[in-house]
Structure formats: C-alpha cells, structure tokens
Design a protein around this ligand. Sequence first.
Ligand code: CDP
Ligand code: MG
Length: 137
Amino acid sequence: MERTLALIKPDAVLRNLQGEIIDMMQKNGLKIVAMKMLQLSPKQAAHFYLVHKEQPFYQNLITYMCSAPVVALVLESTNAVSAYRTLMGETNPENAKPHTIRKKYALSLRENSVHGSDSLQSAEQEISYFFSAFDII
Ligand code: CDP
Ligand code: MG
C-alpha cells in the first residue's frame, strides 16, 4: 500500500466541486485516510511549492493557492502516487485525457483544480507537511 497527498485547490473549492472530486477519487479505488479543509498562508504556500521557486509562475501560483481554502487529503491504494496522478491528468488541462479530474474541472494551467504528489518521496514530505501521524487512519 502507498499513500499520496492530494489537494483540492482554490478554484475547485470556490465552485463547490469538493464532493464531485472526492467521489472520483473514491470511485477510482483511492481510500481517504485523512482529510481537512484549511486556508494556506503565503508562507505556507511558498514553502509547499519551494521546488518551483525559480519558475516565472511561482508568485502567481502562491497568490492563487492563498485565494480561497483548500482541502487536503491523504489517499491510500496500491501504487497510490501514480494511480492518483493518472486520475488527475496532465498539469495543463488542454493536454489532459478524458475522464481525468483536470480535463473535467480545471480552468487553466494554473487553476487546475487539484494537486497530487509526484513521487513516493515527495508524498511522504507533503503528507507530513499537512498531517501528523495521529491524524491518519
Ligand atoms: O501540479 P503538477 O505536479 O501537475 O505540476 P507542477 O509542474 O508541479 O506545477 C505546480 C503547479 O503550478 C501546477 O499544478 C499549476 O497550478 C502551476 N503552474 C503554473 O501556474 N504555470 C505553469 N507553467 C506550470 C505550473
Ligand atoms: Mg508537481
């Protein structure tokens, strides 16, 4: 079993898509083992996306991530990291395959509705950024 960190991002929370996105996660075999809603501060968002600090989109990304609450979830399944990345679809929704979360809901390359860890190592780091061991079922 693997675990991965998912975020339902501000654009989706503002459109009340939490339920529909969680439904897609669960129907695709991803089990929710932790979940909470929170408002990121600019410092928290900047740290979460630190790997992108040299990118031209970094500042706008931080502003966007703090523009409304997010829902953070820990998802569990066999191969959860890649299974959930597949369900999310490509970063740019124009390139996302049909029946992916981003194809269905994303508004743009930045406002692309969901986050998912990109490796087992980043999953561990990202899960511990949002949840303590006591929060996870
Ligand atoms: O989220 P994912 O891992 O698919 O993509 P990323 O390359 O790690 O980028 C993180 C996030 O930055 C994306 O999900 C977009 O919200 C945003 N982004 C952007 O605003 N402009 C880009 N050219 C690339 C990414
Ligand atoms: Mg990424």
